[in-house]
Design a protein around this ligand. Structure first.
Ligand code: UDP
Length: 237
């Protein structure tokens, strides 16, 4: 049966489930984009790798008490999730300085952040996802101060759990981006994906980059490093 396409983003297509009004089907694409869509390429197998990795991580989070929109993996490139209204914020958590913050604030590369930094960006392609403060986030969304604090607390707990999970596979979680949505009961839950597209992952021994930076910077083969992450997760979890 033909599913109704609700939305097509840079990395995923979102379909309405034909079985349940409150469920969506996410289909992971092979497209990779960087620099707000200026750099683009297709990688055969990327959709499968991100779907598998994201499914493993959402399951591992659930086992450790962190709820998300994830319901189940359906096939190699799709998963079933709870329908949420996505809150237009990119919540970035930083354990180690790299990427945009090193340029913006002249912080030396690899400086540790203890406690981790939580930053908010307004999810808006036309504006290039600008960094915003808490008051601007509340103004731009329908969140209360309490809702925003809840999101930041959740992001910190997720960071703790993910840092531990990645440590078991010899990978340091440098930074990552989360998105949250409101489900049909009005609860704020973790949504979107958690994958090497949205995390910076460095090998603990060699500092080799095992994430989308190899594409952003043209320093390695995306599929090879994403496969490395999936293989290690499958062996360990
Ligand atoms: N990130 C993301 N989507 C975005 C922007 C950032 O998933 O649109 C992730 C990125 O992979 C990294 C973290 O958020 O793990 C912090 O990214 P940063 O702000 O340093 O941006 P960049 O240097 O990639 O422009």
């Amino acid at each position: 049966m033909e599913l109704e396409l609700l939305y097509e983003g840079k990395a995923k297509k979102v379909y309405q489930s034909s079985m349940n009004e409150n469920h969506l089907i996410l289909s992971y694409k092979n497209d990779a984009t960087a620099f707000n869509g200026e750099k683009k390429a297709q990688f055969t197998g990327k959709g499968r790798l991100n779907n598998e990795i994201s499914s493993i991580l959402f399951k591992a989070l659930e086992e450790r008490g962190i709820e998300s929109h994830f319901i189940k993996q359906l096939d190699s490139i799709t998963q079933m999730v709870q329908k949420t209204d996505i809150i237009p914020l990119e919540v970035v958590i930083r354990n180690i300085a790299t990427g945009s913050i090193t340029k913006r604030l002249a912080i030396p590369e690899k400086s540790p952040f203890e406690p981790a930094l939580v930053e908010l960006f307004y999810k808006n392609d036309e504006l290039g996802d600008p960094l915003i403060n808490d008051e601007e986030a509340i103004y731009l969304t329908n969140l209360t101060v309490e809702n925003l604090n809840e999101i930041k607390e959740k992001a910190r707990s997720i960071n703790q759990v993910l840092t531990e999970i990645f440590a078991t596979i010899g990978v340091r979680l440098i930074d990552f981006k989360l998105e949250f949505g409101r489900n049909q009961d009005g609860e704020i839950i973790l949504s979107d994906e958690i994958s090497p597209d949205t995390c910076r992952l460095w090998d603990m021994n060699t500092n080799e980059k095992l994430d989308k930076d190899v594409f952003r910077q043209g320093t390695g083969d995306l599929i090879t490093v994403y496969e490395e992450i999936l293989n290690r997760l499958e062996e360990q979890l």
